[in-house]
Design a protein around this ligand. Structure first.
Ligand SMILES: NC(=O)C1=CN([C@@H]2O[C@H](COP(=O)(O)OP(=O)(O)OC[C@H]3O[C@@H](n4cnc5c(N)ncnc54)[C@H](OP(=O)(O)O)[C@@H]3O)[C@@H](O)[C@H]2O)C=CC1
Ligand SMILES: O=C(O)C1=N[C@H](C(=O)O)C[C@H](O)C1
Length: 249
């Protein structure tokens, strides 16, 4: 995602790529990477060494790095646009407090794809009429966190509009532990990891004698760049850290 986002910034006449950050790479300049030969963009490997006049920080890293990265950005007046998933609710609340104190805008979006943003909205609408739902998220097998940030966000949106409920048979047992998936406020989330997949989600709703399935597919990582582009273009107009791309659409 980092290289896809870097390429998007390079390709956009309204943006300038002024630096890249990867804690583990040894390159001093992005141009040393064959995919970016000809580019002259400083590469940083340590937060404390970053000197920049950047106005936006795009973060697609790992769950254990994103919180410190976002704190660094906010403390330096740089608006974070965060796609990295796996932060705790406490970390997100801390960052929101910091953004408010610093009056810096920022965005955390569990999914920058328009199809996923719409799926979450449609699922919330459907849950008003079909309170029984199960979420199946499907990703490539390199993904570290599960369930996906998108699945958690979908479950949260469904829980917001339905009466609290425990789905399924209260006497149900699992012959193999985990067979029924993870639980979020009485609904189940299932995570599939397979080579060949990119990022996909289905929400299945069931009611008396009928069912509804809503599905979205990211077939290519370019799908996330539509939303990243919108966020980078707008985020400096804000003074708080928002959750969800829908806030900027
Ligand atoms: N919101 C959205 O729309 C989307 C979100 N994501 C999320 O974005 C994140 C990244 O996904 P993806 O690109 O597939 O994952 P990758 O594992 O391919 O990339 C993670 C990158 O982070 C780098 N990294 C590791 N440690 C640090 C650190 N301490 N500081 C800075 N960078 C570090 C890694 O470097 P190295 O290679 O050297 O280890 C690697 O380049 C995940 O959380 C994923 O869920 C993904 C797609 C869309
Ligand atoms: O790791 C990924 O690939 C993705 N992560 C995000 C998530 O956890 O929801 C967004 C998208 O599903 C791709």
């Amino acid at each position: 995602m980092g290289s896809t986002a870097a390429q998007m910034v390079i390709d956009n006449a309204d943006f300038d790529l002024v630096g890249v950050y990867d804690a583990r790479s040894k390159d001093q300049n992005l141009g040393e990477d064959a995919r970016f030969s000809g580019q002259d963009v400083p590469a940083f490997h340590d937060l404390t060494a970053i000197k920049t006049d950047a106005t936006v920080w795009i973060d697609f890293t790992i769950p254990t790095a994103v919180y410190e990265n976002a704190k660094f950005a906010l403390n330096n007046g740089i608006s974070p646009v965060i796609g990295t998933t796996g932060m705790t609710d406490e970390q997100v609340a801390d960052l929101q407090k910091l953004a408010k104190a610093k009056q810096v805008g920022g965005l955390i979006a569990p999914n920058f794809g328009i199809s996923a943003v719409l799926l979450m909205q449609f699922a919330q609408q459907a849950a008003k009429y079909f309170p029984d739902a199960e979420i199946i998220e499907m990703h490539h097998d390199d993904k570290i966190d599960s369930p996906s940030g998108t699945a958690i966000s979908t479950a949260r949106k469904i829980a917001e509009v339905r009466k609290p409920k425990q789905q399924g048979n209260p006497d149900a047992t699992e012959t193999l532990p985990g067979a029924r998936g993870a639980e979020y406020e009485g609904m189940r989330i299932h995570a599939v990891r397979l080579p060949g997949l990119v990022a996909h989600e289905e929400v299945m709703f069931g009611g008396p004698g009928e069912g509804l399935t809503i599905r979205q597919d990211s077939f290519d990582r370019i799908s996330f760049m539509t939303g990243v582009k919108v966020a980078v273009g707008k985020i400096n107009q804000y003074h708080e850290l928002m959750i969800g791309l829908e806030n900027l659409l």
